[in-house]
Design a binder for this molecule. Structure first.
Ligand code: GCU
Length: 668
């Protein structure tokens, strides 16, 4: 048990006792990014093999012949170890978790603040859920009585005293499972928690997850009880230079358990995830091919699994290897392709042993040809808009289907067929609703300002976060572009980092396009050059050239747009991934009056005309659909903590520029 004294010592030495491996509690229990081997003292990671060795050594080093007893002891210990699950094995990615048998653990959770990230109060670790044994027993924290927070939810917008809190909070959720079933497995699934989560269950540390916007999951089968289960999750909402995003970002750092928490129940062997997509080389074939991969988890692997698409009269048995992984191909006749005009989804069922999982999946192809983006082989113009994963009307992080419906509704009103989900993975509800509504998506990781490009650990974190995003959204027809960076300086470390990351993402998913939001060679907005050129070396690795340009806002005047031309260094499609300007809804003036709606509309008119001349322009996503919370925006009586570049205010009121863009999209 850690004593306060040594914590203090650490504090003196370092801001907080960081052992340099990216976590901040002195336990070297975080592998890079993602989930973890369970921390020191090493007692926790010992498993059955350990006990067998101990038994053997005891047996051969104990001269007085206690053989039988030693064998019995080590055998019992080995059995014990065999029932508990190795730390590594606890962490399994479960795809389509929302669609499996589960208990939803959302609701009010008790919490204990841990501002100095000591993980303990008064020498007692918080995740032990300790309660005083008797009147003289001192326990210096309590979950009962305790304050509560809603899960899912941003803690910052629930309590004024937590508005700018960016440290650690321990959440507790109690639940019973009277119908606990020995023939099942149980997993704690978290849709997302920002930023660094320590997951514990019934007093056992299960692991750590790094990254605020992707799902993670831990097995708790061996720890489950019929009554009195306590799930305690410590969430560190802090910003740090070696994280993704790094320390400064132009959005609100909503901390906490921000998406659904489920107790998922599965058979002993089940389909943990699957990856299914149309083979684009068969797009024009009479019988198209659908390729797939299944991942099964469990000890007794079934020999075969079955994949069914009833509407297409497809039923196929596929043999499963001992590693639980299998690839397959289906022949599909009369397959309707998914598109914004016809967002056709098929009920796809996978049966393996006693497990059945079904999903609604659309089949489409996306590729580039010269300067065009082809959807199902046809050129498509991406009429888009950027947005953050926030519900402005609720002034908080979005996490429900209603939140998704609100923004998709506004985007459709604007005439959009495309959304750029900035700058991090958004909630799954939105990605799935976009699929139903025929909206194409750009998804990205917060590889944004100030990333430690030189750090191999940070690269591992980026890979881990991308793996989780692709594991979650690979089967979504709506998602067509992975973006690997936003507005990052062209320096050697960055080029190397992004180049390796691009290869990695392609190795995980060759069915989608890659891009990154880049800046022009001339750099700053409003640069006087008449010709803006784009030769960022990372563009070689990308399918689409995307550019952010704020001429008329961060430099120059809107009128200067008329004299600008754009010269791309490569024959690739172009997306204008950001442009725009701020306006306080309801503030009016002439078109030169900054912060007025007229000024913002003027920027849109001039910018759209300028970009529309770009050879190879295949889409745009102006910045941004609605005003959003940002600590970087403090102009009193105009911004007051909001970035005002939205086309819709935080009260849902449309600004003039909304109609300028709508008119342009009607013309496209
Ligand atoms: C940047 C950046 C956004 C930011 C926007 C702005 O280009 O990518 O995250 O919010 O500009 O300045 O409003």
């Amino acid at each position: 048990m850690r004593s306060f004294t040594n914590v203090q010592d650490d504090e003196e030495k370092r801001p907080y006792n960081d052992d340099g491996n990216g976590d901040d509690n002195g336990n070297n229990d975080v592998s890079v990014g993602g989930c973890v081997k369970i921390g020191t003292p090493p007692f926790f990671i010992i498993n059955k093999y350990y006990y067998i060795c101990v038994g053997y050594i005891m047996n051969n080093t104990n001269p007085n012949g206690m053989r039988i007893k030693n064998i019995i002891i080590s055998a019992m210990l080995a059995l014990l170890a065999n029932s508990s699950i190795d730390a590594q094995e606890r962490n399994i990615f479960i795809g389509n978790a929302l669609n499996r048998t589960n208990i939803c653990l959302n609701g009010k959770w008790e919490y204990v603040l841990d501002p100095f990230r000591t993980e303990s109060m008064g020498n007692t670790q918080i995740y032990r859920n300790a309660v005083p044994r008797d009147k003289s027993d001192r326990v210096e924290y309590s979950f009962n009585p305790a304050q509560t927070l809603w899960v899912p939810g941003s803690w910052n917008t629930q309590k004024p005293e937590l508005m700018y809190y960016e440290s650690n909070i321990w959440y507790r959720r109690l639940f019973d499972k009277p119908d606990l079933d020995d023939s099942k497995r149980y997993f704690v699934y978290v849709g997302a928690a920002n930023y660094l989560s320590t997951v514990t269950f019934n007093g056992k540390r299960l692991g750590r997850h790094e990254g605020g916007f992707t799902p993670f999951c831990y097995e708790v089968t061996d720890l489950m009880k019929k009554e009195g289960n306590f799930l305690i999750i410590g969430v560190d909402g802090g910003r740090r230079a070696d994280r993704i995003p790094a320390e400064v970002a132009d959005w609100f750092n909503h901390g906490g358990i921000t998406r659904d928490v489920l107790l998922v129940e599965t058979p002993k062997t089940f389909v943990s995830n699957y990856y299914i997509a149309l083979d684009k080389s068969t797009l024009n074939s009479k019988v198209r091919k659908i390729n797939g991969t299944l991942l099964l988890s469990g000890k007794d692997m079934p020999q075969t699994a079955r994949v069914q698409i009833p509407e297409l009269k497809i039923e196929k048995s596929v043999s499963v290897g001992t590693d639980g992984k299998t690839d397959f191909t289906l022949d599909a006749k009369r397959l309707q392709l998914w598109s914004p005009e016809n967002p056709k989804l098929y009920d796809v069922r996978i049966i393996a042993g006693s497990d059945t999982i079904s999903d609604l999946i659309g089949f489409r192809t996306i590729e580039t040809k010269g300067k065009q983006i082809l959807l199902n082989g046809e050129p498509v113009f991406l009429k888009g808009i950027c947005l953050h994963d926030e519900n402005p009307l609720r002034r908080t992080r979005a996490n429900s289907i209603e939140d998704a419906r609100l923004v998709i509704g506004w985007a459709k009103e604007l005439g959009c067929n495309f959304l750029r989900l900035a700058h991090y993975p958004h909630q799954e509800n939105l990605v799935r609703l976009a699929e139903k509504e025929g909206i194409l998506l750009w998804e990205e990781l917060p590889l944004y300002w100030g990333i430690q490009w030189h750090s191999p650990k940070v690269l591992e974190k980026a890979k881990q976060q991308f793996k989780e995003l692709i594991d979650r959204d690979y089967n979504r027809a709506s998602s067509i572009i992975w973006s690997i960076a936003n507005e990052t300086a062209v320096v050697p470390d960055r080029n190397k980092f992004l180049s390796e990351l691009a290869d990695y993402v392609r190795s995980l998913d060759s069915t989608r396009l890659l891009s990154a939001a880049c800046k022009k060679d001339q750099g700053r907005d409003g640069h006087p050059d008449a010709v803006y050129t784009y030769n960022d070396p990372i563009m070689q690795k990308l399918d689409i050239i995307s550019l952010n340009e704020y001429l008329g806002w961060y430099g120059g005047s809107p009128a200067e747009c008329r004299d600008k031309t754009f010269k791309m260094g490569l024959e690739k499609p172009v997306i204008v991934s950001e442009f725009g300007g701020g306006a306080l809804q309801g503030l009016h003036g002439d078109k030169e009056t900054v912060w007025s709606e007229e000024f913002q509309a003027y920027i849109y008119e001039e910018s759209i005309a300028m970009f529309d001349k770009i050879d190879g322009l295949s889409g745009m996503t102006p910045w941004i659909l609605c005003d959003f919370m940002s600590p970087l925006r403090q102009l009193h009586q105009v911004q007051d903590g909001w970035n005002r570049k939205g086309l819709i205010s935080e009260k849902g009121m449309k600004k003039q520029a909304f109609y300028v863009l709508k008119k342009y999209y009607e013309s496209k």
